[in-house]
Design a protein around this ligand. Structure first.
Ligand code: FAD
Length: 654
């Protein structure tokens, strides 16, 4: 599937932009504004749904650009990539194509919370996305800057409710559409910061989104707009780093692909590159402190990403500590390292001083300095679960414009906004994904029901049903629905998902039907440790739950009934391990939901109660002091696990 050769980037760009020159159509079903991670998924999904779609973006050659870290996936984020892939999106296959260092994060924990991740070759990722868009039927890609949204005046029958009718380009050229998806990323009223210098921009080298667009959102549609910030590290010349002073970090020996259609990754072990780990020194902290007075970005109150903080924020929050710095390759043939953990906005000369305080980088050279960006976002509580603006029919928002951070969060929203924009244009009812079936549902529900006060990042702890929402089963959860109910999945992918589902079902029945007494199991598989056996008769499914038991071992002992399912050994093992967890988890959540109205005493000392709560959760509870458990559940940053701890504490101390 992914072994095809892509044409060189230059010829691709010409091909992608060709519809522009022939472009006569002034009416589309769906227009997507912005060719970042949200916009590309939205445009491809809308076209897959059967809508005539136009993607308008400032620069075609930046379509699919990775603005910051060249990596995809991670804890919680990997689950989103798998789900986007299960709904036939682009980013999983692009990640497999461009991956140069695959690893599963969180492997010491259970497979439900493993985080599939890959370091990427920037250029290959962009090439793949551009090539896919080019070959998507019903999709036109056009270079241009959208200056304004075309919206009707409020409908007298529905006060305060507008309808989007299209967009207007810089040349005052209007283009009509039934639905518009806005995915302006970090570009809406964007400003760039380095040291004391501020300039308008959405990303280095790119102009911000026009003031007209912000005006329409704020003044004409009356939307509440907030401001957030983020930053990126300087890029370091590879040859200038002393690799004898860093710790080598090899990729997994068997790379796990993101895409369910990719049964093997393109990357052979020899086609992968290592990453390196090093640490900050007290000298780094000294330079941060000495440069604070010339660092505008850090002096602002605007909220930045809590889980991807700048080195300035890390040093100020945790003084005296040594912080990790990962040196990650920017591509297979790139001469640069991306130093993850060293995002910074001080003046370039201070940036050089800072990195040279790290022993492995004492002679390092900076290729491009780090910088910060501040941008407008639309408070996402003004959206429906279909990502449609509540007071404007046909207008959908996705990605960083909704207050999230990260490519995966953007891609997931983009896909779902594209699906619904197409459904709206094709006069079909819009759809929502629930928290119980997907991380995409969790993400969107968190955004539209709780809103954001700082850039939102996905974590497994945000999903109550995480033992069932696993990376391994995203196809079973979403591909079938995506084809049968939503309409965004191709029949090729659907047929494969049906085959997988039927085979797994047969295998589970075979395991369930395999019943032996405990002594007979012991006789058949002498190495098996059965110290915890409670029942005398055990099924193959029960036995597969043991740590030291693999499906391969069972299949060797009972080849006649199990060997035909070896292709799914790992998935079957995971199913067996999680079956009891899933059942318990569901009951626990149901119990908590019943206790929504439980009162929380107003004198609880959240900062010191002896329960398992993170510092972040303690601070939020202490600040807000919710009156009921239900109110605590709806606070941004309060995880389902924290609610369980709080519930148990209040019950216990009653
Ligand atoms: P983007 O990828 O930003 O894409 C927006 C697209 O819209 C661009 O192609 C732009 O040209 C186009 N566009 C905007 N306005 C218009 C218009 N009016 N007309 C036509 N086209 C338009 N994420 C992290 O997770 N961690 C980080 O540490 C991090 N640091 C970052 C640092 C910097 C400096 C930047 C710029 C981004 C950083 N990000 C980080 C964010 C990451 O890039 C985004 O989360 C992700 O790219 C969002 O995807 P998106 O599709 O919403 O927007």
């Amino acid at each position: 599937m992914l072994t095809k050769r892509l044409p060189p980037l230059q010829s691709l760009l010409l091909l992608v932009s060709r519809p522009h020159s022939h472009h006569a159509r002034q009416q589309f079903d769906v227009i997507v504004v912005g060719g970042g991670h949200a916009g590309t998924e939205a445009a491809a999904a809308a076209a897959r749904m059967g809508a005539e779609t136009l993607l308008v973006t400032q620069k075609i050659h930046t379509v699919g650009a990775l603005s910051c870290n060249p990596s995809l996936g991670g804890v919680g984020k990997g689950q989103l990539v798998k789900e986007v892939d299960a709904l036939d999106g682009l980013c999983g296959r692009a990640g497999d194509w461009a991956g140069i260092h695959f690893s599963i994060l969180n492997r010491r924990k259970g497979p439900a919370v493993w985080g599939p991740r890959a370091q990427l070759d920037r250029q290959r990722y962009r090439e793949f996305i551009q090539s896919e868009l080019l070959s998507t039927p019903r999709l036109t890609v056009m270079e241009g800057s959208v200056e304004e949204l075309l919206v009707t005046e409020p409908n007298p029958e529905k006060p305060g409710c507008h309808r989007v009718t299209g967009i207007c380009l810089g040349s005052n050229q209007p283009i009509s559409a039934s639905s518009v998806v806005l995915t302006t990323g970090t570009f809406l009223s964007g400003s760039l910061f380095v040291g004391q210098t501020t300039s308008p921009g959405g990303r280095i080298g790119d102009a911000p989104s026009s003031a007209g667009l912000s005006y329409t959102l704020r003044e004409r549609l009356g939307l509440r707009i907030g401001r957030l910030r983020t930053g990126t590290p300087p890029r370091i010349v590879k040859d200038s780093v002393d690799l004898s002073l860093v710790k080598l970090h090899l990729p997994d020996s068997h790379p796990s692909p993101f895409s369910f259609l990719n049964t093997h990754t393109r990357c052979k072990p020899e086609e992968q590159l290592p990453c390196y780990l090093t640490f900050t020194t007290p000298g780094v902290e000294r330079v941060v402190r000495e440069s604070l007075h010339v660092n505008c970005h850090i002096q602002q109150d605007t909220k930045g990403p809590r889980y991807c903080p700048s080195i300035e924020s890390r040093v100020l929050r945790f003084p005296g500590r040594s912080h990790q710095v990962w040196l990650e390759p920017e591509g297979m043939t790139s001469d640069l390292f991306y130093p993850q953990g060293l995002s910074m906005t001080m003046p370039p000369d201070m940036q050089l001083r800072l990195i040279r305080e790290i022993p492995a980088m004492h002679r390092a050279e900076i290729h491009t300095p780090g910088y910060g960006v501040q941008y407008d976002f639309v408070c996402p509580t003004q959206l429906s679960p279909a990502l449609q603006v509540k007071n404007t029919q046909g207008l959908f928002l996705a990605g960083q414009i909704n207050g999230t951070t990260g490519y995966e969060e953007a891609a997931a929203q983009g896909l779902w906004a594209g699906v619904n924009a197409a459904r709206c244009a094709l006069s079909l009812p819009t759809m929502a994904l629930s928290r119980t079936e997907s991380y995409i549902g969790v993400l969107i529900d968190d955004l539209v029901s709780r809103g954001v006060t700082e850039p939102y990042r996905m974590f497994t702890s945000r999903a109550e049903f995480r033992t069932s929402l696993r990376p391994d089963n995203a196809d079973l959860r979403l591909t079938l629905k995506g084809f049968e109910e939503v309409g965004c999945v191709s029949s090729v992918r659907y047929q494969e998902a049906v085959r997988v589902k039927n085979t797994l079902q047969d295998a589970l029945l075979a395991l369930q039907a395999l019943t032996l007494s405990a002594p007979n199991w012991k006789k058949t598989l002498p190495d098996i440790c059965m110290s915890k056996v409670k029942s005398t008769i055990l099924t193959g499914m029960d036995v597969l739950q043991y740590n030291d038991m693999s499906f391969e071992m069972l299949a060797s002992a009972f080849p006649e009934c199990l060997s035909s399912y070896k292709e799914f050994s790992l998935r079957l093992k995971i199913e067996a391990v999680y079956k009891p967890h899933c059942d318990l988890n569901k009951k626990e959540i149901e119990r908590i939901q019943k206790e929504e109205n439980m009162s929380l005493p107003q004198d609880i000392d959240y900062l010191s109660i002896p329960v398992s709560l993170s510092q972040e959760v303690r601070e939020i509870l202490d600040r807000v002091r919710p009156s009921t458990l239900g109110a605590a559940t709806r606070l941004e940053g309060i995880t389902p696990a924290a609610i369980v701890s709080l519930f148990n504490y209040v019950q216990f101390t009653k």
